[in-house]
Design a protein around this ligand. Structure first.
Ligand code: C5P
Length: 397
């Protein structure tokens, strides 16, 4: 998927440098060629020998290495790449980048390059939150640098918070996006989105607060990676993306029928907030108000589309993804849900009112798979969608 792409990997001097070894493997597995450059501090954490062995290429360390200058000048080194990736990007390296310093090989390459630059910050939570780092980050963003992570979690220094370097696969996903590939060309995916409306009578219905924003963003991100997308949407607030095969439904029963009819597919993403129940014997005519008497509604359980598709014996998509909107104990509930439904991944999020996620523009999700739970940083719903789409591409291709 990264075949033919050359990545100049600049490894900064932080404890997360050990993850660069795995990152190199992951990039190469996907066909990328990796030219590693280590800062002097990085060599305190990982050796140039292990880095070169994994990269299958010399690990560059020194600006004044004349042999290297004879082989390939530093300007040339900075230009041959399709992407310059800085991982880990330490607070110091970010500061030097933001200042435009060129006092070692890494920063000289970063100043001389005309290719896109991406950083994966990694540092102690206080350093990450320090106004100087916030300032440097905003300067780098203005300069066009893209940022992946950092994640929130336990840190090597014993503290907790944002500052952990993004996981290697997250960085790979971000690199795929940055390189603008269409790795999903030739695949067919189903995405469900929005709420469902369960009628009580022709004018009244039961619904929920889902806006359809996250599902719509996912469909758009999958399209941009080249997939054919069947978009099955309930009555959402946001317009469906251009270019999908659009199927509009109202109820859960209609949504199920549309999904079944859209199979087979390579993957299915169930982002819809499907109503759990429908009203039995919804009236064909408007129920009249009768003073002093109240209608009694009887409910039946709706089909669980995610569970049904996950458990198909024949024609199950290779990758089935569900969502879990929880208000407490998010990871435990979502992990249990993954097992109960039989899907491959669960995208879990905390929708407690104080998070502002439901109906908002941002989301903070944890991706639960057979490999465990991966907490992504809080970001726009579009960014969550792009990262998820890249991860889907990575799993399918
Ligand atoms: O069961 P619960 O609603 O908690 O699970 C949420 C996940 O299940 C979402 O991915 C949602 O799209 C899917 N779902 C479904 N059909 C239902 C209920 C939920 O596909 N009837």
């Amino acid at each position: 998927m990264l075949r033919g792409k050359r990545i100049l990997l600049i490894i900064g001097g932080g404890i997360a440098a050990y993850k660069s070894l795995d990152l190199i493997r992951r990039l190469r597995e996907r066909g990328a060629e990796v030219t590693p450059v280590l800062t002097r501090a990085a060599t305190e954490f990982v050796t140039p020998l292990s880095i070169s062995a994994l990269a299958g290429e010399k690990g560059y360390t020194d600006l004044f290495d004349l042999t290297d200058e004879a082989e390939m000048g530093h300007i040339q080194l900075s230009r041959v790449a399709d992407l310059v990736l800085v991982a880990p990007a330490t607070a110091d390296l970010m500061a030097r980048m933001a200042q435009g310093l060129a006092n070692d090989l890494a920063t000289t390459l970063l100043l001389a390059t005309d290719t896109p630059v991406m950083i994966a910050p990694s540092m102690n939570v206080r350093m990450w939150e320090h106004p100087a780092t916030r300032r440097n980050l905003s300067v780098l963003r203005q300069d066009g640098v893209t940022v992946v992570g950092p994640n929130e979690g336990d840190m090597a220094c014993g503290e907790y918070g944002p500052g952990r370097m993004a996981e290697p696969l997250q960085i790979v996903d971000a690199a795929i996006m940055a390189l603008g590939d269409t790795p999903l060309a030739g695949t067919r995916l189903i995405v469900t989105s929005g709420p469902t409306h369960e009628p009580i009578d022709p004018v009244r219905y039961i619904a929920n607060r889902s806006s359809g924003a996250q599902g719509t963003a996912i469909a758009a991100a999958l399209l941009s990676l080249g997939a054919e997308v069947v978009f099955v949407t309930g009555p959402a607030d946001v317009a469906p993306p251009q270019g999908v095969e659009l199927i509009r439904v109202d109820t859960a029963v209609e949504m199920r029928a549309a999904v079944m009819a859209a199979l087979p597919a390579d993957a299915a993403v169930f982002a819809a907030a499907v109503a759990d129940w429908r009203v039995v014997g919804a009236s064909d005519s408007k129920i009249k108000k009768v003073s002093g008497s109240f209608p009694t509604l009887e409910f039946a359980e709706n089909p669980d589309i995610l569970a049904e598709v996950s458990q198909l014996e024949q024609g199950r998509p290779g990758l089935v993804i569900g969502f879990a909107a929880e208000t407490d104990d998010v990871i435990a509930h979502a992990t249990a849900k993954r097992a109960r439904k039989g899907c491959d991944w669960i995208v879990a999020n905390n929708v407690s009112p104080e998070t502002g996620i439901m109906g908002g523009t941002e989301n903070r999700v944890t991706l639960i798979s057979a490999q465990g739970a991966e907490a992504w940083p809080r970001m726009g719903k579009d960014a969550v969608a792009r990262q998820l789409a890249a991860r889907i591409a990575d799993a399918l291709v």
